[in-house]
Design a protein around this ligand. Structure first.
Ligand code: 5GP
Length: 141
């Protein structure tokens, strides 16, 4: 089923467009945490970040700093957060990859609780991660 963002991409739903290129679209969030809160999405229909093709991922890497500069210039904010949620339990509501660019303006912006722990079992984690990286396939194939 097409998500809200698919409908924005197809033009079925309108948006306040900030930026667009061949692979990405950025538009103002309808319920902003601060003025200028912008969403940057790939045109590729994927639910989670790790499912994106290299092409979309590269385009997002280019679009994000551009959009961040526009958000800072438009709002006068000096600081901001980039947030990207994957999965319901990680606070993802819309099942189409999206990055939030959220300026920090006085008391407005992203509320954050950072429950840091202690680095443990690093060698085992590294081994599993390196194996995953060495054997990964292009998700777009
Ligand atoms: P998530 O929790 O999935 O990371 O965030 C989804 C975001 O999409 C929310 O910040 C929400 O306000 C925004 N959003 C949901 N529906 C629409 C819409 O129809 N238009 C726009 N511009 N933003 C939307």
């Amino acid at each position: 089923m097409p998500s809200i963002f698919d409908k924005i991409l197809s033009g079925e739903l309108s948006c306040h467009r900030v930026y667009e290129d061949a692979h990405t679209l950025a538009f103002l969030d309808i319920a902003p945490l601060a003025p200028g809160h912008t969403l940057v999405i790939p045109k590729e229909a994927r639910e989670h970040l790790h499912q994106l093709s290299d092409e979309s991922a590269a385009a997002l890497g280019l679009a994000l700093p551009r959009v961040a500069r526009a958000v800072l210039a438009a709002t006068g904010a000096k600081h901001y957060n980039v947030l990207q949620n994957n999965g319901e339990s990680a606070h993802q509501a819309v099942p189409h990859v999206h990055f939030h660019v959220i300026p920090r303006l006085k008391e407005k912006g992203l509320g954050l609780q950072w429950n840091s722990g202690k680095l443990e079992d690093a060698e085992e984690l590294l081994e599993r991660m390196h194996t995953a990286l060495a054997t990964e396939e292009d998700p777009s194939l």
